[in-house]
Each structure stands twice: as C-alpha cells, then as structure tokens.
Write a protein that binds this ligand. Structure first.
Ligand code: AMP
Ligand code: GLY
Length: 422
C-alpha cells in the first residue's frame, strides 16, 4: 500500500513510524515531512496547506490512503478534495473540522446539546466586547475564534489585560481574520487532561489519556506554547472520570455532530478540565495533538493503519484498539527563544542508541547533517512500567541529543508524579 501523510512535525513523525509497522505498507510519502522524517518516509516539498498540489500528487502517484493530521488543511477541506479524487482519507471533512476551526461553533454546539463547558459570550464587535469585559468577573478568558497556532487564548487577570487582549485580536488583527470574532469565557480551574479518540461517526474509542505541558518554562511559567512535553496516562483521569466523560462529553459530541449533519470521522481531541463541578470541555481539536501523539502512540499496541481505516470505513466497532499497561513521557527540545523569535541552522547530534526514541519536529537536512529549522525541534520519548521510570528514561535520553541553543523543561511529569503519589 502507498500512503501519504500530510504534515511535517513531531506528531507526523510518530504517526509515520507507527504506520510503517504494518507489513502491507510499501511506501509512505510525507508532504512536506522534515529532515528527520526523511529517514522513515519519502519527503515531498509540498506545503501542508497547498491542497490542490496535495490532491494532484496523490492522484498521480496512485496513493491508496491519505492521512491528514494538521489543523489547517483539515479546516480548509483537504479531506473533501482528496476524497473527490477517489482517495480514501483519515481525518474529518471540512464540515466536521469546524469543531476546531471555529471556537464559536464549538461553544454553540456544546450549548445546544448540553455538553459541559465554561459559560461564554461571542462577539463580532470590538466595542461590545470591550464593554463586556468592564463588568465580567476576573480572571476572564479571551479566545480568538479561528486557528491561531495555539496562541489565540489569553487569561486576563486584570481589566487592563482583558481590554488589551480584545484590542489585539479585534482591532490590531494580531491573529488575522481568526480574531475578528472572539469568544469570552468563564475562567475554570482544575487539572487538565487531553483525551484523543478514534471515531467513525458511530463508535468512539478513546485512546490512553495524556497530560500536556503548554507553558514554556519550568513550574508552568512563561508563555503558552504548542506543548513542551507530555506524559501518558494522565493520573487524574481515573476510570470513574473516564466513565463520566464518555457519558456526558464523548458520546454526546459524536451525536451532536451527527444531529447537525456534520458526522466526524478521524481523531477527535478533547481538551478537558476536571473542575469541582465535573469534567468540562476546554477545547476540541479535529486531529491528533502534538506532543500528545508522541506518548499515546508509544503505548498503542494495535495496528494504527487498521484502526485508521476502520474510522474511514465505519467499522470501528469491529477492530481492537489496545494500549500497553505502561507509561510514556516525551520531553520537547526547543530553540531558545521559542515561542518568540529564535535562531536556527544549528547542527543536531545524537547517539545511534537514542535515534529510535527521537521524533523530529523542526529540522532540515543540510549537507547530510540534520540542522534545526523550527521552534520545537524534537521530542525524546521514554516508555517504562512506572511513570517515574518513563520520565527518568526520557531525560536520560535527552542527554544523548544536543544542539546549540537547545532548551527544554526539566519538570515534565512532576505534577503527574505528585498526583499519582508514585
Ligand atoms: P486552548 O488553546 O483553548 O487549549 O487554551 C489554552 C490553555 O488556556 C488551556 O490549555 C488552558 O490551560 C487555558 N484555558 C483555556 N480556556 C480556559 C478556561 N475557560 N478556564 C481556564 N483556563 C483556560
Ligand atoms: N498539544 C496541544 C495541541 O496539539 O493542540
């Protein structure tokens, strides 16, 4: 089978390595891939949002199955276009991807269908939004409606910060058209849990839970990033919480999307907060999370391609989705300065022993060497029988990778360890 994977980050590297385990896979093309992915797939320099070029490439190369993982191509309708050329795909179509593409849509969906989430108001008019934040209880959360690379959310502790966030999004267009509309919502508290779930629009199969570390610096300080590290499973996500989430959030979301004529197929990501009033949805993503995928797939025992195809064919109830009863940790090495500006082009060195445990996110090949080319450069994964050992293994492996300008968090998994009382 010839596969095509759209994207070029650490998440895609993890997915490609897992897809390769299926013996019927003969070739995997990554569009565009990256310097590290090139060791596992044929990288083709077509951007992840160049939908027309992606569809033409897929048709010309007789691709049997396409896996679309990043948010932008999904929201733009990559799956619709590929399917119109006769290529079966993993991922939601445009109508369903709106669950991530518009926060206002997601909030209204939850409101219409009684799915627990923070109270909110949506604004298209900056004056009305500014007036609203004058009297709203603090802290207050201000979100750009559309995609903003995970940077469109501000938790304002003061009125001044709230006004500034509204102005940045709506008047200064900091996130372009994504911020023309904003959602302003109630501030919730509680541990956060990421749950990725396979769904074919009928059956939903949650994967092992995980915990992201979104802030740039140790102790959850610094700016929000795409994610600086993960552990799985998430100790806060007990069997009892999982049952509540299935009944009050996961199944109702699948049914809500069907009821609205937007059946969702692919990976649905639930960003949850376990509040004193029960689990609530902080955000939906229409795709695998990054770097959640790196730990979740490290524990997946079943064949990924088979499960993905079942979501496309509507046969998810017929396949087994098994996870190892173990623990995984992933530490992201980033370029100093990320998520702000940073230098790139530094050679990356690593031992041969560590190579299989490294997932490359932002690196390109230059004269046969791998050099840094992005903010998040790579993730180092450890798997073990205990959480503590998984974390120690990942950090020991971090010591076997180096590049100038590298920075990483030293406390990935520490909060989880406390919660697990390990
Ligand atoms: P999002 O991009 O929607 O995942 O938001 C980024 C981060 O902001 C989340 O992971 C939360 O830590 C925080 N956040 C978002 N919405 C809320 C909320 N209503 N209350 C408290 N924290 C929030
Ligand atoms: N790690 C969070 C995300 O992928 O959106």
């Amino acid at each position: 089978m010839k596969l095509l994977v759209v994207g070029g980050g650490g998440r895609e590297h993890a997915i490609i390595k897992k897809l390769k385990e299926n013996p019927s896979v003969t070739e995997i093309y990554a569009l565009p891939g990256n310097g590290g992915i090139a060791a596992d797939a044929i990288c083709v320099p077509i951007g992840a949002t160049d939908l027309e070029a992606i569809a033409s490439f897929a048709a010309e190369n007789h691709i049997d199955y396409a896996v679309v993982t990043p948010d932008d191509p999904l929201v733009l309708g990559a799956v619709d276009l590929l399917e119109s050329r006769g290529i079966p795909c993993f991922g939601p179509n445009k109508a369903a991807a709106i669950i991530e593409g518009s926060k206002a849509f997601a909030k209204d969906l939850m409101h219409r269908h009684g799915i627990p989430t923070a109270a909110y108001e949506t604004f298209d008019d900056a004056e009305a939004a500014l007036q609203y934040v004058e009297n709203a209880p603090l802290p207050i959360v201000i979100k750009a409606d559309g995609l903003a690379l995970g940077k469109g959310v501000v938790i304002a502790e003061t009125r001044e910060a709230a006004r500034a966030a509204v102005r940045a999004a709506m008047c200064d267009k900091k996130f372009g058209s994504s911020g023309e509309r904003v959602v302003i919502e109630q501030f919730l508290t509680g541990p956060e849990v990421s749950v990725l779930a396979f769904t074919d629009g009928k059956t939903i199969v949650p994967m092992v839970s995980s915990m992201d570390h979104k802030r740039a610096l140790d102790g959850d300080r610094g700016l929000n990033t795409g994610g600086m590290g993960t552990v799985a499973p998430n100790p806060y996500y007990t069997a009892e919480v999982a049952k509540t989430c299935m009944e009050t959030i996961f199944l109702p979301t699948v049914h809500a999307m069907n009821a609205e004529g937007r059946p969702f197929r692919g990976c649905l990501y639930f960003g949850l907060m376990l509040t004193p009033d029960g689990p609530k949805v902080i955000e939906y993503n229409c795709r695998f999370g990054d770097p959640e995928t790196q730990v979740v797939l490290a524990l997946l025992e079943s064949d990924l391609l088979t499960v993905m195809q079942a979501t496309t064919n509507g046969t998810l109830d017929k396949v087994e989705v098994q996870f190892a009863d173990r623990h995984a940790a992933c530490v992201i090495l980033a370029s100093d300065g990320y998520p702000g500006s940073y230098q790139k082009g530094f050679p990356i060195t690593m031992t041969e022993a560590v190579r299989p445990h490294v997932l490359i996110a932002g690196a390109r090949a230059e004269n046969g060497r791998l050099v840094t080319s992005g903010g998040r450069v790579l993730g180092v994964v450890g798997v073990a029988d205990t959480l503590r050992h998984a974390i120690d293994t990942a950090y020991a492996r971090v010591g076997e990778v180096s590049f100038e300008n590298a920075f990483y968090r030293h406390d990935i998994g520490q909060r989880a360890l406390l919660a697990a009382k390990e």
